[in-house]
Design a binder for this molecule. Structure first.
Ligand code: ADP
Length: 183
């Protein structure tokens, strides 16, 4: 498989083409919206496949820690329900063009905060979708620069994390990432 070649930072970061909801990892990251109550794209797929326990856990978060919703760049943890992944880390990506130039910092915060949360739970494997590059309109070539730079800078701090898997829905998206990454 050609994507086997797409590995960086001594094999700790791997790119693959596939469905995020099928990843058998300790945690998958959801490209959520701030309501935490479900949406389209990856978010919809996670709730469909993971079952109602995830939405129940999201409602509980809204009733406790995040009554006004999860702010952009922040992350929150729920169980994984019926997913192969044990946990879902919900992250709210920036909407491109709506944050007055802070989009890159907010996208970096999603990845950095998800890594910190995973490391705090001593999780070893974590899979991300290409946050914000769908409905939220972030150009995938620019996202590749932000995401790869963030992982390069932050992964050395989290020695317990063995694998960060970046999951792309199609090979075109993976190739854009590979061509623009700054690992
Ligand atoms: P956002 O609102 O943050 O842009 P989206 O869910 O619209 O999030 O899209 C984020 C990225 O995830 C897009 O590149 C989209 O093609 C991709 N995607 C959608 N569904 C899946 C899935 N099941 N597995 C992996 N990637 C997916």
């Amino acid at each position: 498989m050609p994507q086997a070649a797409h590995s960086y930072l001594e094999g700790r970061v791997r790119l693959c083409v596939g469905d995020l909801t099928e990843q058998a990892v300790d945690a998958i990251v959801n490209a959520a919206n701030s309501t935490l109550l479900g949406g389209g794209g990856v978010d919809g797929a996670i709730h469909r496949r993971g079952g109602p326990a995830i939405l129940d856990a999201c409602r509980a978060l809204r009733a406790s820690a995040w009554p006004n919703g999860l702010p952009t760049g922040q992350v929150a943890l729920t169980e994984g329900g019926r997913l192969p992944a044990r946990y879902v880390i919900h992250a709210v990506g920036p909407i491109h063009g709506r944050h007055g130039g802070k989009e890159a910092a907010l996208l970096a915060a999603c990845y950095g905060n998800a890594l910190s949360l995973a490391a705090g739970l001593v999780l070893r494997t974590i899979a991300f979708p290409a946050i914000s590059t769908g409905v939220y309109g972030y150009p995938p070539d620019e996202a590749a620069v932000v995401v790869s730079t963030t992982l390069r800078e932050q992964l050395p701090r989290h020695a317990a994390i063995d694998e960060v898997r970046l999951v792309f829905f199609d090979s075109g998206q993976l190739e854009i990432f590979a061509a623009n990454q700054r690992f």
